[in-house]
Design a protein around this ligand. Sequence first.
Ligand code: NAD
Length: 468
Amino acid sequence: MSDPKLLINGALRDGVRTMDVINPATGGSFAACPLADEALLDEAVAGAKAAFPAWSARPIEERAGLVIALADALQARAGEFSQLLTREQGKPLDQAGMEVMGAAFTLRAFAAMRLEPVLLKDDEKGKIVELRKPLGVVGAITPWNYPLMLLMNKVGPALMAGNTVVAKPAPTTPLTSLLFGTLCADIMPPGVVNIVCDDNDLGPAITSHPDIAKISFTGSTETGKKVMQAAAATLKRVTLELGGNDAAIVLDDADPVDTARRIFQGAMANAGQVCIAIKRAYVPEAMYEIFCEELAQLARVAIVDDGSRQGAQIGPIQNRAQFDKLRALLKTCADEGQLAAGGDVIDRPGYFLAPTIVRDVDDNALIVREEQFGPILPILKYHDLDDVIARANAGNYGLGGSIWSADEERATAAAARIQSGTVWVNQHLALNPTVPFRGAKSSGMGVELGMDGLKEYTQASIINIKRQ
Ligand code: NAD
């Protein structure tokens, strides 16, 4: 992307200053991102507010047509988006391609959804109908792990519900959002979508802005709490998709080798930087050795490389701060358990960590209690199903989880006891824009995706008619 610009009220604009964007595979800067200040943010919000009446009044089929046009444009330039995504985020090019296609698929899925009025009562005494109305301007705040996909999870439903949007990407991955902004500049009416970038300083101005009606936030639990606090003053609607510490529980009838392979994928995708990555695996004592050995072997042979290189399976850590956090965490792993594979940085430029398997840890280890958000997987032993379910449910997170077993009924019964928004059986990381996704406990509030996710961008309103 040669000269990235902000999108403010239909115009592609320079910022007040620029910030280097780092390629995590080299540690070097490759682009300059324009930054907004509060005055530019105010212009974006004013543009979105001014565009709202006409956009929300537009027939839904027309709105859907424009959202589909965005999906078409994204797909038509999928190669360019994928390369930029790999450069700013680090993930291997094939995975970047999947994110871009997934982003277009998400827009199409929302374009097909309709929130029809719901007839609650209709008899001789009266009629009651529930309508869904848009809220106004939506503030969409996204993290750095899936910058394009997570933006579409917000833009798609916000626009389809009739809202306008001011989006702010994470400071270390702004460019794919800005490139998407150029598509919006061509396709959408001015002000309907605005994209502003910051150096991690504009969040509070967005979450407390009097002209923003709703915040859709994806990021860490710590920041999510600040968002909720800031939104309280203006009673904004908030949807929070936050951190997770997903447990995979392997039942004693699962195939250890096949399950280990699939758990490795669920833990190491995007170098483990996935809110719903497997972050701890619980394995029956009888299969513990074979399981650890299989995982360690997979970690040893995984190709860790610059995501733009052919054959790379695991890319770098996305940013320096996360890289430093993981290096500190790795030190505790060696003290609190045994390293079966990995355990160190890879000696090359950029932010590369060897995929790491930690065995013989217990539930008190930091790597088990905290969300690592990196390519480090602790493997824990268990003897008793009731006990392991209690261990999986301990702690404040409740985003995802998985049960692995040859017996679907048994697995489903165990899955129903996990305190998470989603529990998978014999898979992990399976998301679909038509299936609601939500975090329990400190993993979030509200719903994203599916019809329930679309409803979060609306105000329900009851029309209650008395018949004489
Ligand atoms: P983060 O919370 O540091 O930042 C997320 C976004 O919030 C960024 O755009 C950031 O600039 C912005 N921000 C920072 N301070 C803010 C404030 N005071 N008010 C408003 N916005 C503010 O998160 P991150 O490090 O970018 O992302 C990693 C985290 O995101 C992990 O915990 C991960 O589990 C979580 N995540 C959750 C989901 C989900 O759907 N549940 C998906 C992806 C990532």
